[in-house]
Design a protein around this ligand. Sequence first.
Ligand code: ZN
Ligand code: ZN
Length: 360
Amino acid sequence: MQNSPYPKRQRSLFQTMEAHHLDGILFTQLENIRYLCGFTGSDGALLLSPKGAYFLTDSRYWTQAEEEVKDCQIVHYKKKLDGIASLILDLNLKRVGVEGPSFALSSYQYLTKKIGNGTELIALEEEIKNIRAIKDPQELSLIQTAIDLSTKSFSHIMQLLHEGAIEREVALEMEFFIKKKGAESTGFDIIIASGHRSALPHGRADHKRIEKGDFILIDFGLRLQGYHSDQTRTLICGQPTSEQAKIYQIVKEAHDFAIEAIRPGIPFCDIDRVARDHIQQQGYGDYFGHGLGHGIGLAVHEDPVVNGENKGLIQEGMVFTVEPGIYIPNWGGVRIEDLILVTSQGAEVLTYLPRDLKII
Ligand code: ZN
Ligand code: ZN
């Protein structure tokens, strides 16, 4: 049996508490709860403190919590915020951090009132932003399993992708395959966007038929045992025009140059810039509007973000997407997205579908 990963993860937060003079952190965000104690249900709270780790939940989840939650004491409540307040008071905690970006203002106000003047609630953001950013071996193997199934689902729909096929029908078949083969769900609405619709970076599959000359942008992923995959390939129906071939090549180069530039210690914004500068130099800078990539794990989009603003430094063990694109309104678009793991030397590409323009 594998060792429980939770004590180590919890310990790293004790360092955060020490650095910021906190004597506890309250987690209510489900991915963080799962990461820190294994609970996969849809409601609960986790209070970490040097005095102990406590998972709090109500009667709907008592059995599930007994089965799943590790390295924590389980505390029952009838009303969540009341349960949290009593525990904070029982433990006599004075400065408790909460997840700033997701903790509701109404909960903050209610809890503040309940715990009284003796205890301060601190909204954390930067301090806990990257807690899941570096993946441990157990997580890497789950991500790889998700990628493997996702890759199979892509091969599966290849037989359905042809001139005249309806985007939505292909997407539904992919979704059915993904779920039948054991995934919990697709990671997000599968994007199959052809022709002029491929210029919509987040265009969901529609009732449009694939026509000759269309780019077909397919962005797909799934969740398996909590962990996500996310990849994009752009295909073409029939021979590409010279402009289509050129644009595909520019995106592919931007993608490759960015991956080559990744190494620990480099700011994320520099990697974004490598891809963006290339697209810009080729004259398509106005058509690449989104950031280069995002972290992935228990959430499909999580820290770190890879964009022009993030001056944070890349670290070994991080997993994120690299997904440059060019989208020309009413004409079409290309995106190529892969998942990479930062190694001590550079980047290992975890996704492995061919990257050359595939003609169907
Ligand atoms: Zn994607
Ligand atoms: Zn993505």
